[in-house]
Design a protein around this ligand. Structure first.
Ligand code: ATP
Ligand code: MG
Length: 484
């Protein structure tokens, strides 16, 4: 172990938010050891802006609770942690951990419980990559480096501690983390890892809970280097484990959406990971729609409703998308046919719909990636939004004339069939409630309350999708999909 001067590593308290300094300070004053560890230290050393700072201490969660009282909550079972609030911020405080006992792992070596408190040396050894194991004590101005991690940071190398094969068996999510860090930091992967990072090895991910995999997929989508990581997921056989029914191919639509998502993150905009799921699952959704219309003879609206349910249900066997996000995805898909062939009298109402922005972004991305079936409507809506009231009226009249002409001439493409008929409610068909996890956000639950209209009815302004108006929401709770 070497002790380095923090200033030599480019670290100083000036780079740290007061929340993490406060937590380290309180623990130290109470007589405990406390350090900043993990991604925060790594990112600061690389000159990146850390997503967050994690603290680690020799105090047990109960002792941390004693120090911080009501500012602290103990969470987790498999991996017990203290959450400490400092002002409005939340700092995760972990206790030094020893290696798990034998019986706390599955027969395949996967760790089930991980709550044996230990020393800092033991804590270091059970972390994943060398670059994530630097312990920074800001008040003393020192960094503890147990494995020449600083050299790996300098040479931009992603190296696992210990035997990669064993480390992947202990926790298969480390395979995903390998690709995430390689893509995010632009690091090269150690050949010892590459030697075991095979499609066969990726099958271990089947033993990981779909809830945890959803969380990991979100991290992949929101790290700002999605376009870089997607081909890697395919190359190492991980795509197949995460997205079973999605062809392992970055098609132009997915590519465009990935670039768009990354750009948004780069300029500090929020993104909704559910939007990217809507993009990924669009192709399987269309195929399923075709199956229901062509082979089962359903009208398009019913086919869409059923296809949406099927596709999301199948995806849930890999990553469980929370209900509110599923609702969002199905609404974005449903919006596509609304936006593609809107009834003239509904155009203005549609443009004020709560899901218009995401639906429109989706349509425009399809169009910009060369999907001719949008028939230029992405651009049409783009222009429409910037018109004055008079211009909007004229545009709608012109659109109506063209629509009448086209209707006389042609039969509609598959996705539009039934667009004149009442659509199925977007998320009416509730399955049995899932056990385990509650939806984290509730913003869209109102979507579940619409009644089942009969297919074949005339669509009116009273339709559920049109009744929902844009409402002022807490932006911490609801974020919209990528904009151009
Ligand atoms: P970022 O927060 O930027 O995604 P991070 O390295 O901080 O990256 P976290 O998931 O916040 O990642 O985890 C904090 C630290 O906990 C890591 O740096 C690593 O030392 C350790 N860690 C996290 N997940 C694992 C794991 N699956 N196996 C071993 N160690 C882990
Ligand atoms: Mg972190």
């Amino acid at each position: 172990m070497q002790t380095l001067r923090a200033s030599k590593c480019g670290l100083s308290t000036a780079l740290l938010p007061s929340s993490i300094l406060d937590v380290i300070d309180c623990l130290t004053k109470a007589g405990y050891e406390a350090y900043i560890v993990g991604g925060g230290v790594r990112d600061l050393m690389l000159g990146h802006r850390p997503k967050d700072f994690d603290a680690v201490t020799n105090a047990t969660p109960a002792q941390v609770k004693e120090v911080f009282g009501r500012r602290c909550r103990i969470i987790g079972r498999r991996f017990e942690l203290a959450h400490v609030y400092s002002g409005r911020e939340l700092i995760e405080v972990a206790t030094f951990r020893a290696p798990p006992k034998q019986r706390q792992a599955t027969a395949a070596g996967m760790i089930l419980r991980d709550n044996n408190w230990g020393t800092i040396e033991q804590d270091y050894a059970r972390r994943d990559f060398s670059i994530n194991t630097l312990y920074y004590q800001p008040q003393k101005g020192i960094v503890l480096d147990f494995c020449r991690a600083v050299d790996d940071i300098q040479s931009k190398t992603l190296r696992l501690l210990g035997e990669p094969q064993v480390r992947f068996e202990e926790d298969p999510v480390r395979m995903l983390r390998t690709l995430r860090f390689a893509a995010k930091l632009g690091f090269q992967i150690d050949p010892a890892i590459l030697a075991v990072l095979t499609a066969k090895q990726a099958e271990l991910l089947r033993d990981v809970s779909p809830h945890r995999l959803y969380d990991e997929s979100q991290k992949l989508f929101t790290m700002g280097h999605l376009h870089r990581v997607l081909p890697m997921l395919i190359e190492y056989g991980i795509w197949k484990q995460l997205f079973a029914d999605i062809p392992a191919q970055v098609n132009p639509f997915i590519q465009k959406a990935a670039q768009n998502t990354d750009q948004r993150i780069q300029i500090g905009k929020t993104i909704n990971p559910a939007f990217f799921y809507a993009v990924l699952l669009w192709q399987p959704f269309l195929q399923r729609c075709e199956f229901y219309t062509q082979q089962k003879g359903l009208v398009a609206s019913e086919a869409r409703a059923q296809a949406g349910l099927d596709v999301l249900k199948r995806q849930a066997t890999r990553t469980i998308i929370p209900r509110f996000a599923e609702t969002f995805i199905r609404e974005v898909w449903e919006m596509q046919s609304r936006l593609l062939d809107p009834k003239p009298q509904q155009i203005e109402a549609l443009s004020g719909h709560a899901r218009f922005r995401a639906g429109f972004d989706f349509l425009l991305l399809r169009e910009k990636s060369g999907d001719g079936s949008t028939q230029g409507m992405g651009q049409w809506w783009e222009s429409y939004q910037h018109l004055s009231a008079d211009e909007k009226e004229q545009t709608i009249r012109a659109y109506n004339r063209k629509r009448q002409r086209n209707r006389r001439k042609s039969t509609e493409p598959v996705l539009q069939q039934g667009a004149d008929t009442e659509i199925e409610p977007l998320v009416e068909q509730q399955e049995k409630p899932r056990r385990g996890r509650q939806p984290r956000r509730t913003a869209s639950t109102d979507n579940n309350t619409v009644s089942v209209p009969q297919s074949g009815q005339q669509q009116s302004l009273d339709h559920p999708i049109l009744r929902r108006k844009r409402v002022q929401r807490d932006l911490n709770q609801v974020v919209f999909g990528p904009t151009q």
